[in-house]
Design a binder for this molecule. Structure first.
Ligand SMILES: CC(C)(COP(=O)(O)OP(=O)(O)OC[C@H]1O[C@@H](n2cnc3c(N)ncnc32)[C@H](O)[C@@H]1OP(=O)(O)O)[C@@H](O)C(=O)NCCC(=O)NCCS
Length: 136
C-alpha cells in the first residue's frame, strides 16, 4: 500500500549560491557526513548537493510534514553504492513521523528516484508499507 509520495525540483544554481555564501555552515546544517563525502567527491559538487537536497524535500513532502514537526534535514539520509539504486534511511523526528504513518503489522519501504538536467535537479520519494513477514 502507498502511504505517501513527494516530489521536488530545484535549481542547482540556488544550491551553488548557498555553497558560495554560507559554505560549510550550510553543508553541515543540511547534509549528513556520508552525503557530504559523496557530493564533495563528485566532479560537480553543487549538482550532487542539489540532488540530495531535492531528495530531502521530496521525502518531507511524502511524510506530509515539510521540514516541520521534528522532521529535520539530517534526519533524512541518502545512501549510494556503486551500481545500486540509491536508498534512504530516516532518523529522529522523520523516523518517528514515518512510524506514525505505518498501519499496525506493517513495515515501511522507502523508494527514491533522482535525476538532473542542469540547471535543474529533481527527486521523487514514495513511502510504501508491506505486511510484516510473520515467517521471518
Ligand atoms: C513542504 C516544503 C518542502 C515545500 O517546498 P517549497 O520549496 O516551499 O515548494 P515546492 O514548490 O517544492 O512545493 C510546493 C508544494 O508542496 C506541497 N506541500 C506543501 N506542504 C506540504 C506538506 N506538509 N506535505 C506534503 N506536501 C506539501 C504543496 O502541494 C505545495 O504546492 P501548493 O503550494 O500548490 O499547494 C517546504 O514547505 C519545506 O518545509 N521546506 C523546507 C524549506 C526550508 O526550511 N528552507 C530553509 C533553507 S536551508
Amino acid at each position: 500500500m502507498i502511504l505517501g509520495t513527494g516530489i521536488d525540483l530545484i535549481d542547482i544554481r540556488r544550491i551553488q549560491d548557498s555553497l558560495d555564501r554560507f559554505g560549510s555552515r550550510f553543508v553541515q546544517r543540511v547534509f549528513c557526513p556520508n552525503e557530504i563525502a559523496f557530493c564533495q567527491a563528485r566532479p560537480d559538487p553543487a549538482a550532487a548537493f542539489a540532488r540530495h537536497y531535492a531528495v530531502k524535500e521530496a521525502a518531507c513532502k511524502a511524510l506530509g510534514t515539510g521540514m516541520r514537526q521534528g522532521v529535520a534535514w539530517r534526519g533524512i539520509e541518502l545512501f549510494r553504492e556503486p551500481r545500486r539504486k540509491p536508498y534512504l534511511r530516516l532518523k529522529g523526528g522523520a523516523l518517528a513521523r514515518l512510524e506514525t504513518l505505518m498501519p499496525q503489522g506493517h513495515d515501511p519501504v522507502l523508494h527514491v528516484s533522482i535525476s538532473d538536467e542542469p540547471p535543474y535537479a529533481t527527486a521523487i520519494v514514495i513511502i510504501e508499507c508491506r505486511p510484516k513477514d510473520v515467517f521471518s
